[in-house]
Design a protein around this ligand. Structure first.
Ligand code: GDP
Length: 198
């Protein structure tokens, strides 16, 4: 699939406030600084659609982008901000789960993980909550250009093994780089193939 058109369609803090047009939604989430905004800009071919490198905690809204007039790419607030006060973290959690639990159009969620690191407790906890709720998800290992291919592949394999401790099967997994476009075709083709099954 190629993205020919990507238009910001609105921000919300409650699912009732999302754009009124009902179309399939693919959402993106991860810890702050994982490279979510850069990935969204890379996938859509728009250098500034999602703002990059904002102060942690500032991107606290659910943002909808209408893609090719056919589906929404949904940019969710980050999770696991260590430095946020408890009440702010609780508010973000509420915004995230209100969307995930109640958006009838959500098709699947991509959880972003930095390809250089072990998946952290907060990632694993979030993923197991998705499992408990039966929310389909995939994983995108970001910043794939930051290490050589051998080290990258070893770290991704390690994270997949970790996932297989909790899951019988691996979810769809991708490796991406916003710096060199790695993963763009695979991720968009995957979304395209899922859209065709709907
Ligand atoms: P967000 O907080 O998850 O939206 O993360 P950003 O997209 O703002 O990225 C955080 C930092 O990582 C920024 O300095 C980006 O330039 C950098 N970054 C994000 N993705 C990549 C990538 O694929 N490769 C490299 N080399 N740097 C990246």
């Amino acid at each position: 699939m190629r993205i020919k058109k990507a238009v910001f369609s609105g921000s919300s803090v409650k699912v009732g406030g999302k754009p009124s047009l009902r179309l399939p939604e693919f959402a993106f989430i991860g810890r702050s600084n994982v490279g979510k905004s850069s990935l969204i800009n890379m996938l859509t071919g728009n250098g500034s659609l999602a703002k990059t490198s904002q102060t942690p905690g500032k991107t606290q809204l659910v943002n909808h982008f209408l893609i090719n007039d056919k589906w929404y790419l949904v940019d969710l607030p980050g999770y696991g901000y260590a430095r946020l006060p408890d009440k702010d973290r609780a508010r973000l959690r509420h915004i995230i789960w209100d969307y995930i639990n109640n958006s009838e159009e959500l098709v699947m969620l991509f959880v972003l993980v930095d390809s250089r690191h072990d998946m952290q407790e907060v990632d694993l906890r979030f993923i197991s909550e998705l499992g408990e709720k039966g929310i389909p998800f995939g994983i995108i290992f970001t910043k794939g250009d930051k290490q050589g291919i051998t080290v990258l592949e070893a770290q991704v394999a390690k994270n997949k093994s970790r996932l297989l401790q909790d899951w019988e099967e691996l979810p769809p997994c991708f490796v991406s780089s916003s710096a060199n476009g790695m993963g763009k075709e695979d991720i968009l083709n995957y979304i395209g193939s899922v859209l065709q099954t709907l």
